[in-house]
Design a protein around this ligand. Structure first.
Ligand code: NAP
Length: 288
């Protein structure tokens, strides 16, 4: 990979700049001397330096935000691809390069191409690929920050209740996803790549709770729930039934067959991906 910067149009538009991954993309771009336009829907924040106001569902606002930018980091945080065609084409009229935060849920099916049942990621990838820009797709596994959903249970009774404690699930640190994004946004050589991003290991959910407990200083443990009970809890929390069943099937399948690990983070950034243990040490205060 060459270290050549994008010529002529150094500013990079970051969509999702206040989010889990985009905030690190923004910070890491700034730290490497790249000028950033951080997109937010919130007018008060947009008045701060480096921010611009815009909404993915309002193409005119995106077009204004992208005018003069050289590249864009894009997320699509909506459950369907409705509105995405207009958003992608508004941005593609201005930027030469897009890096899209897709998902490891996208599978390249021989003879059919990318598919992501129940999720819009594959549809957004197709829109970007057809837009004429140079693109890179990041397909991360679950973010390590997802474990924050356990914070309340760990804080209150040092126990996490769920289905599939033995399932080996990969977690990738959002800072490592951002580091790959920064490379793809600022270097040549990543065009057309579809990077599956993982952390260094796929600990079982039981192990994940124990690792976080050790970092926090609590003897945190996993308490297995029957599938039906876990399903009801997820439905009550507002998850659509098809998503719930797909998620529970996936977890069940990973018991005894942990998710695979890729070397992509290290290949691209030159640094091994961060472990859950190191993430938990850095975020222990959020579980106390
Ligand atoms: N969590 C996982 O394990 C995982 C794994 C793989 C892929 N992903 C993908 O990651 C994406 C989410 O990224 P994230 O977790 O970094 O985000 P996040 O923390 O959920 O934050 C959402 C971001 O999206 C922005 N946003 C929401 N609606 C918007 C709109 N209509 N127009 C413009 N901006 C909007 C918000 O900005 P403002 O509020 O400032 O406007 C905020 O910055 C999703 O597409 C998801 O599929 C997640």
């Amino acid at each position: 990979m060459t270290q050549e910067r994008i010529d002529g149009a150094p500013e990079i538009l970051v969509v999702g700049a206040t989010g889990t991954v985009g905030r690190h993309v923004t910070l890491q771009l700034l730290a490497s001397g790249v000028r950033v336009r951080a997109l937010t829907r919130h007018p008060d924040l947009a008045r701060q330096p480096r921010y611009v106001q815009g909404d993915l569902l309002d193409p005119d606002s995106l077009e204004a935000a992208a005018t003069g930018a050289g590249a864009a980091f894009l997320i699509w945080p909506h459950p369907t691809a409705d509105g995405a065609a207009a958003a992608v084409s508004a941005m593609a009229r201005h930027v030469r390069r897009m890096v899209f935060l897709s998902s490891a849920a996208v599978r390249d099916v021989p003879g059919r191409g990318p598919e992501s049942p129940g999720r819009p990621d594959a549809a957004i990838e197709a829109l970007i690929a057809g837009s004429g820009v140079r693109y890179t797709f990041l397909r991360p596994h679950g973010f390590t920050a997802n474990t924050l959903r356990w914070a309340e249970e760990i804080r209150t009774d040092a126990a996490v209740r769920g289905f599939g404690g033995g399932a080996g699930l990969n977690l990738v640190d959002e800072r490592d996803i951002a580091a790959v994004a920064v490379r793809a946004l600022t270097e040549d050589g990543h065009e057309g790549a579809r990077y599956v991003l993982t952390g260094p290991e796929s600990p079982s959910q039981e192990e994940q709770v124990r690792i976080i407990g050790e970092a926090v200083g609590l003897p945190a443990r996993w308490e297995e729930l029957p599938r039906d009970t876990a399903r009801l809890r997820m439905l009550t929390a507002g998850w659509p039934p098809t998503v719930v069943d797909r998620a529970l099937d996936f977890i069940h399948a990973r018991v005894g067959d942990p998710e695979p690990v890729t070397s992509t983070v290290e290949d691209i950034t030159g640094r091994p991906p961060r472990s859950l243990r190191s993430w938990a040490a850095d975020h222990a205060a959020l579980f106390r």
